[in-house]
Design a binder for this molecule. Sequence first.
Ligand SMILES: [Zn+2]
Length: 1069
Amino acid sequence: MASYPRVKRQITVERCEKLLSEHFFTDLNLRSSLYQKCTNSEKYVQLSVYKVPDLKRISFEEAVKGTYKPAKRGDSFGPSWSTHWFHIHVTVPDDWKHDEVQFIWDANNEGMIWSTEGVPIQGLTGGGGDTRRVEYILTRQSKGGEKFEFYLEMACNELFGNGSNGLINPPDPDKYYTLKQVELAVPNHRAWRLFHDFEIILEMAKSIPDNTMRSAQALHTANHIVNVFRSDDENSIDEALEISREFLSHKNGGGTHLRVTAIGNCHIDTAWLWPFDETKRKVARSWSTQVGLMEIYPEYKFACSQAQQFEWLQTYYPALFKKIKEKSADGQFLPIGGTWVEMDCNIPSGESFCRQFLFGQRFFEQNFGHRCKVFWLPDTFGYSAQLPQIIRGAGLKYFFTQKLSWNNINSFPNTTFYWIGLDGSKVLTHMCPAETYVAQCRPGELIRSVENHKDKEFSDEALLLFGNGDGGGGPLASMLERLHRLKDIDGLPKVEIGSVDDFYERVERNSSELVSWKGELYFELHRGTYTSQGKIKRYNRKSELLLRDVELLSTFASQSDQKNCDYPKDTLDGLWKYVLLNQFHDVLPGSSIESVYVDAYKCELTSKFDDFTPQFYEEVERKGIELRERALGTLFKSSASSPDTEEGLLVFNTLGWDRTEVVEVPVSSGLGSFTQYAVDKKSGYVLVKDTVSLGIQSVDVGTSDIGDISPATVTSVGHDFYLLENQFVKATFDKHGRLTSLIDKIKDREIVPPGQFGNAFKIYEDIPLFWDAWDVEIYHLQKGRDAGLGGTVKIYDNGPLRASLILETKLSKKSSLRQIISLSVFSQRLDFETVVNWDENRQFLKVEFPFDINCDYATYETQFGFIQRPTHYNTSWDSAKFEVCGHKFADLSEYGYGVALLNDCKYGYATHGNVMRLSLLRSPKAPDEHCDIGTHEFKYAIYPHSGSFLESNVVREAYQFNVPLLVRSTPKEFTQSYKPRSYFSVENAPNVILDTVKRAEDSDEIILRLYEAYGGHATARLRSSLSVESIFETNIMEDEQNPIEYDILGGAKIKFKPFQLITLKVVLR
Ligand SMILES: [Zn+2]
């Protein structure tokens, strides 16, 4: 009979928690017993330090040559982002014979231990909490008195960077870190064993429902241990271990249990709250530590994605890369994912998706002997409907994420299911029910794995991704200790470390009852990422299309003149890698700190990674233009005769269909006189008619005569209205630049509903709940206002080829807009070329167009196709899509008619009822306080068309809006004799787009990538003026598959299924 009162459950729980507390009673609780011996005497540990100047990150070889000065515990190091190299000499006390000796280092920041030979050994993470990793084992069994010498590279940032007062705030540039702990210690292994046992027992008590027997037993056991343990009595630890062993020895029964496969992982954002160069070091710190754990725990497996991070390791840490290859061959270090980086999956083009896999899979195959099977994106912000087809085309079968658990409106209904893409491709998908990629291997996560598993009646398997992440770190030894104890305990699902591939293969074998999800995996959060950091979105679109032109032109140029114009494969690979790198899921979405964008646009030469710079977009632009001009020069001169003072024009159309357009050409002496000059007289307009598909032809400046066709005109109507008109449309603008009427003259219909305005600017207050750069929230729609009224509109270009207006207006006290609104003679498209000076605090600028069109769904371009989303807010699933991602166009169509809203670098759209809005600029303040402040250039256009979207040529028009004809002046003697030449054309299938022309990865053959763009069948005829010998269909990896019949007269007949992506390898004679 007890002689003490019953204790309330919660009081017992809190009492037990104190046994492990980091903060309370640490002189008496279990933490006081974790080390048997300890010294921080400078007699045993001597430090000297070299402060690297100018925030540089230098190599080991450079670091050892530095000037070292004495240092000690209590010293402070900084500022933020600086690096300090320590040279450390340790002498183990003589009487520590036979003991395990640990070196303990805590400066609240990140560190890396290096051997004196320059091999990275292990990463360290200072500070408290779950990410703390401060011990480095010097010896498992000391001889006493031995000496150790090593280096320690201190990085003055924490795992999550240097945010001032909080995670996502912009970095504080002036943080200093105090070396608060540097000592030698001998661990008490029995006390550690009890620590890990007790953690599990107590958490079982807390996370298993408290009305169950097992929970009561767990709490009773934990309390019993607290009663037994005494910090001054070693024997009490043995007694307590006996109690914990008894509890933990109870296994699960024979019923069906969820089988949890645990896999170590370490999410390292390739840049986020720290710059790219810090990531290179994070990779080495995190992965060297994992190699160390693999040596201690032979059953441990670690999955690791992003070929780019592996390539950095190979370049800057070759010794560590070699170790990782060995661990991969042993089956412990498992490359996964198949892509170059864990990219954003909303914004990159279809071809960028293909290249993410092409570069990723080829890297893994070349370095680890096999391609990946699992596409791995634990953290990316939503997933395009076209991914399943591309995943399968790149040789992968499975998909992993957990991000949709962050949805803040609807709970995604599936855990394990088939994801079906636009074209019907199927990918087995699992979203781990623990809903995290940084699990700590605690009982609560296993319980969540059961509770949140939405398909447990169809599948008894779940993944658990453990290991600290986002800023790297990865699993700790304590996680592996806990996992070992959790393997098979009564009250929790069984868990075992295993490979992710094996997990999916088991799930697949028992997948007959799994449900499916068709189309986009829309993420109901982070909708601001379609718009934040407008400049990077612009660079992304422009770079994708520039590289498209360069590859296509270089392919043809190297065919026509191999000697003078070889295909620049290495350079192109380098440029593509920059573009792919910046598509990382915190860079392209706009959610990184300011310095990441400085690097992304133009990197300064400040680091040991200098040989990798200058990097990114400015290099892509500079080198891309140089290569494009070189290829054009080769193509245009390939049959040129002697130079002539009289100039002519040659045009290359890099799109796969004929085009008639007005182009702007710089005025130069030999060109003769233009039908129309631009306002500044420095260039003139030329009408280019019926250019051939993917080919060259000459143009005569003098033939811009439009004959009987009505010219493009502009007139003012009274003081308040302006009229832009051509043969197709008549557009009326008011004095604020708003579109008040748009009449389709052929169809005789008004497109702007009476009393409504197009080209109307709206500014919304844009204060999210937390994730500033990431989120525009549903309530922003309640707080919008008109902007841009009260400016001036003037007539600009007067026709006949192009007529335009210029609008200049203030958007607010601090922001202004200048816009040229134009119409050309041969198009019904109205273009809006815009420059905005933007200086706002959490305001969102959109432009709005109401169309007199009735439709419940709007159409948005996605990668190699389109998807439709509701124009109403009927259900919570419809409302959640109040802001969506679109590529070059969005369209609103009804029977017989539609209007598209095109853009040249924007990705956010919102359509409600008949009003379509294009998202232009945001102004979040975290993590980059200057996000989007400054000058922005962009274009959008509206394109009214006969027929609904499916019968329209909107897809082609959107390409034309983004891909200009390439016109260059050349000696007239040559242009006059020039016969049009089309390298490739696609006939009989207006719904098929020839998107990509490049040289094959491993041969001189030509790769073509085509897709069906409208969701229908097609039988296309592919013709070429090149001497084609044979054609093969391949996958995205360019593995040859089926031969395709080809003859010189008829070309090749290629059948397409809806939204099908077809890659062809063309072998030339
Ligand atoms: Zn991430």
